[in-house]
Design a protein around this ligand. Structure first.
Ligand code: ATP
Ligand code: MG
Length: 630
């Protein structure tokens, strides 16, 4: 299943386009099926209706657990690193994980959960979170994991949208020096959620919680009442595996639906290839399991390949900015997969936190979530990878289930800030506003995918029309990603930002990511966000919000320096018309910049900022609004 040279990649890619069904059937053969498919693929993008491996029967947990027991039962499946470095880490072998999953699956059954029921999981980053996810999959219940930082209102919306029957939570969570009272938030949320019959509560922080008779039960009590024998439910390939709500960067979150067979094949295939995972290596993805990255590359992808996966409860800057590197050293991490927002934040602490930390176990580095600017790319490459580890800049979405455009480690020559080339099976196209395909190289347009792949979403939960409208109606017969993209002279892809964020300056289309990339090259800039605003002469002007801690000395001069930098990197056309120095940027809880809020501020319209429930720190918005008025 692993590709080992660029020639092999090219050959495989060609086969995957010429004979997609044959190609994916070959990949699917590497997994464990109770019964093989009757038909590999049937599809249309007009309804849309997409089916992979129709007629096949399987259970994803047999692929993630049972099939590794005979040869690798004692191999570590999960290494858990707690928030507090003084506390012990925990290692779960495949055998133990299997046992815990089966046991907890029986707890779910005992509490009335049946195949097809929806279960909301709102937990800290502890091994039991993975156990809960897999236990749902074991019995065919549909999990909906909600990131353990969302408010009661956001959780209630998600529970009601999916009509969840059971909630799995914990008393509380540790995050850096903060404690989050998870159960209390759930209690508030459930006031408006009549569908929920049971709440299973794990003890973690030992904060006092209220336990409602008849509804709330303890995890620790329940697991004593059941045994560890739980046969895996036989699932159809197209049965629902999970619902996951998008981060909400662009609007109201959507309940993206993934199904068992295709998702499994895609998560496993991309994991094994992109990161070039080797047996006995330790894989560390720093995302939260509450995001798709955690679903595919902490849980399902790695476990389906029998890998060792790290679950880290804490944050990169606690107790100090060396923590993430300490975790790499402690667990001899070989593959580190993180996000540009984390890299930029750690960069701002300089090199001191890395000094004396042994990072020599690292072999591959990965980035996901946002375009990675060149400055951050080089810093990551030189200081963490010691110029010796390929960086895979992986472009994908909640909706795509797994990585789509990305280098394959040791196979694809990389280029800073480029996601490079599509993985086998992925057929990207760039289209203009009218939906005409833009051919050739050295072009840019809106990124679409013109052929199905196994990991793609099947619907948005409870609202198929919304799925059709959002992804399949903008352009006929194509999946529309919502992202703008450039294909350079080498045919390499670079994501330039959301299409909504592309700025049209005097008829030139300029991607927000490109301008931010240039601004961030200026020494002293920590991070920046760029949006368009109405401009009398140019149509749209460029407004830059810049974090520059030492700008106060001479703000005007600093502004001019930044303009110089942008001119040098991109050209005078991309020079911001306004630069506002700020101390923070509005971000989603997954760490992405919410440009739509900044766009409102730049337009001077702050009356209706839209849905801001997924915002990390609303106070930042007030500060920016105040500064922008001056
Ligand atoms: P919503 O859809 O609710 O607005 P979201 O798009 O932020 O939220 P995700 O599915 O988590 O939710 O994020 C996918 C998006 O993240 C992509 O469409 C793209 O804009 C951005 N992205 C992810 N990885 C990369 C990458 N490597 N390079 C550039 N952009 C990326
Ligand atoms: Mg999106």
């Amino acid at each position: 299943m692993q590709i080992n040279s660029f020639e092999e990649y090219q050959k495989t890619y060609q086969l995957s386009v010429d004979q997609p069904e044959q190609f994916w059937a070959g990949i699917a053969d590497n997994f464990l099926w109770k019964k093989k498919w009757d038909k590999v693929l049937s599809w249309n993008f007009s309804e849309p209706n997409i089916k992979w491996f129709e007629g096949a029967k399987l259970n994803i947990t047999e692929n993630c657990l049972d099939r590794h027991l005979a040869d690798n039962g004692d191999k570590p499946a999960i290494i858990w690193e707690p928030n507090d470095p003084q506390k012990d880490s925990i290692t779960l072998s495949y055998r133990i994980l299997h046992e815990q999953v089966c046991r907890f699956a029986n707890v779910l059954k005992k509490n009335g959960v049946q195949k097809g029921d929806r279960v909301c999981i709102y937990m800290p980053m502890v091994p039991e979170l993975a156990v809960a996810v897999l236990a749902c999959a074991r019995i065919g219940a549909v999990h909906s994991v909600v990131f353990g930082g969302f408010s009661a209102k956001s959780i209630a919306d998600r529970i009601n949208d999916a009509q969840c029957r059971v909630v799995i939570t914990a008393d509380g969570a540790f995050r850096g020096n903060k404690q989050i009272q998870l159960k209390e938030v759930i209690d508030d949320a459930l006031i408006g959620c009549p569908s929920v019959a049971k709440v299973i509560v794990l003890t973690h922080t030992r904060t006092p919680v209220s336990m409602l008779k008849g509804r709330d039960i303890w995890w620790e009590d329940e697991i004593k009442l059941v045994d560890t024998n739980c046969p895996a439910e036989e699932m159809d390939a197209e049965d629902l595996l999970f619902i996951l709500y998008t981060s909400g960067s662009t609007g109201k979150p959507k309940g993206v639906v993934h199904t068992v067979g295709g998702y499994m094949v895609y998560a496993g295939y991309t994991f094994s290839n992109v990161f070039n995972y080797q047996p006995d290596e330790v894989f560390f993805c720093t995302a939260d399991i509450g995001w798709i990255t955690g679903h595919s590359y902490i849980v399902y992808g790695p476990l389906s390949q029998g890998a060792t996966t790290v679950i880290f409860e804490g944050i990169p800057t606690y107790p100090d900015a060396s923590r993430m590197w300490q975790v790499v050293e402690k667990h001899k991490v070989n593959i580190l997969y993180t996000a540009p927002t984390a890299i930029r934040s750690l960069m701002s602490f300089g090199l001191q936190p890395i000094e004396g930390v042994d990072l020599s176990s690292l072999r591959v580095l990965g980035s996901v979530g946002e375009p990675i600017n060149e400055e951050a790319w080089h810093w990551f490459d030189e200081n963490i990878g010691k110029s010796n580890c390929p960086i895979v800049d992986t472009w994908w979405q909640t909706e795509t289930g797994g990585i789509m455009i990305s280098p394959i480690a040791f196979v694809t020559p990389t280029k800073p800030s480029f996601a490079t080339l599509p993985l086998p099976g992925i057929q990207p196209v760039l289209v203009d506003e009218q939906g005409n395909e833009i051919e050739g190289n050295g072009v840019s347009g809106n990124l679409c995918i013109k052929f199905p792949w196994p990991g793609m979403l099947r619907t948005t939960y409870g609202d198929h029309e919304r799925c059709k409208l959002t992804y399949f109606s903008t352009y006929e017969n194509m999946y529309f990603t919502g992202d703008g993209c450039l294909r350079d002279e080498d045919g390499y892809y670079r994501i330039t930002g959301r299409v909504d964020d592309v700025i049209n300056v005097s008829g030139h289309r300029i991607g927000t990511a490109e301008v931010e990339n240039a601004i961030n090259m200026h020494a002293g800039v920590v991070e920046s966000a760029v949006v368009g605003f109405p401009h009398e002469v140019k149509g749209q002007g460029i407004y830059a919000f810049v974090i520059f801690p030492n700008a106060h000395g001479d703000e005007d001069l600093t502004r001019k320096d930044i303009l110089q930098t942008v001119t040098r990197v991109i050209g005078a056309i991309a020079k911001p018309d306004k630069i506002l120095f700020v101390s923070g940027l509005p971000k989603t809880r997954s760490g992405k910049i919410m440009r739509r809020i900044l766009r409102k501020i730049a337009e001077g319209d702050t009356t209706n900022l839209g849905d801001i429930t997924t915002l990390l720190d609303p106070a930042v918005v007030d500060e920016i609004i105040e500064k922008a008025k001056k």
